[in-house]
Design a protein around this ligand. Sequence first.
Ligand SMILES: Nc1ncnc2c1ncn2[C@@H]1O[C@H](COP(=O)(O)OP(=O)(O)OP(=O)(O)O)[C@@H](O)[C@H]1O
Ligand SMILES: [Mg+2]
Length: 252
Amino acid sequence: MAILQTTELAIQFGGLRAVDNFNISINEHELVGLIGPNGAGKTTIFNMLTGVYRPTEGDIKLDGVSIVGKKPYEIVKQGAARTFQNIRLFKNLSVIDNIKIAYHNEMKYSTLEGIFRTKRYWKEEKKAHQESLDFLKIFDMQDYANTLAKNLPYGKQRKLEIARGLATNPKILMLDEPAAGMNPQETYELMDTIHFIRDKFNITILLIEHDMNLVMGICERIVVVDHGKIIAKGLPEEIKNNPDVIKVYLGE
Ligand SMILES: Nc1ncnc2c1ncn2[C@@H]1O[C@H](COP(=O)(O)OP(=O)(O)OP(=O)(O)O)[C@@H](O)[C@H]1O
Ligand SMILES: [Mg+2]
């Protein structure tokens, strides 16, 4: 069953049709790459999928339910989490608090209980703390729990953003160039982590990546966009040998 499906998705900014006739169907547990040159429309697609932009045309179904017109936080609740091309963290909060905020949706106490600090509040709070620590362990970041997000090395900020997305308990996780700005060693480790979390949390992943070689190594299926349109879809081997794709990448 498709966890994410778009039909004839399109968005127009003034005279620019940034994305046009975008059709994809991603099944549960798949790891799909979305690639294309600068300005191809990749981030705009994510912005539509997560409610940041409202599409001018077409439909998006998340686990069978249309999400067009919903607010970003509603879409998160429905099971889609993302990271941003330019990292977005609560920079002045600790690493563990960044994770806990993502848990907030799930906590079972009312605002009043929070204010009066009831027994239930502390119980939920302790549980959230422990689960947040467990998340950090998966990313080997438990030693940074009390570090302010802004003081983390760049690669670890990227990892924290992914961990925070996962903490919302998504069905699908969308990563916008997670390896941007990382060195080759960090990139290699990150790709390993992405595979690992896909299996551990049994989720679906849609990954935007600029570097074609990188995406070839980790994705099972690839969608290539250029000038807002899909120019190829298929297995990494097929994509690598597709003349249209080669032209777009060599022409850059
Ligand atoms: N809010 C907006 N208003 C007007 N134009 C926009 C807006 N958002 C995106 N665009 C345009 O849409 C096109 C696609 O941009 P987008 O950021 O989606 O590309 P991208 O594939 O993510 O590129 P990159 O690899 O550089 O991140 C660009 O021409 C961009 O200028
Ligand atoms: Mg982008």
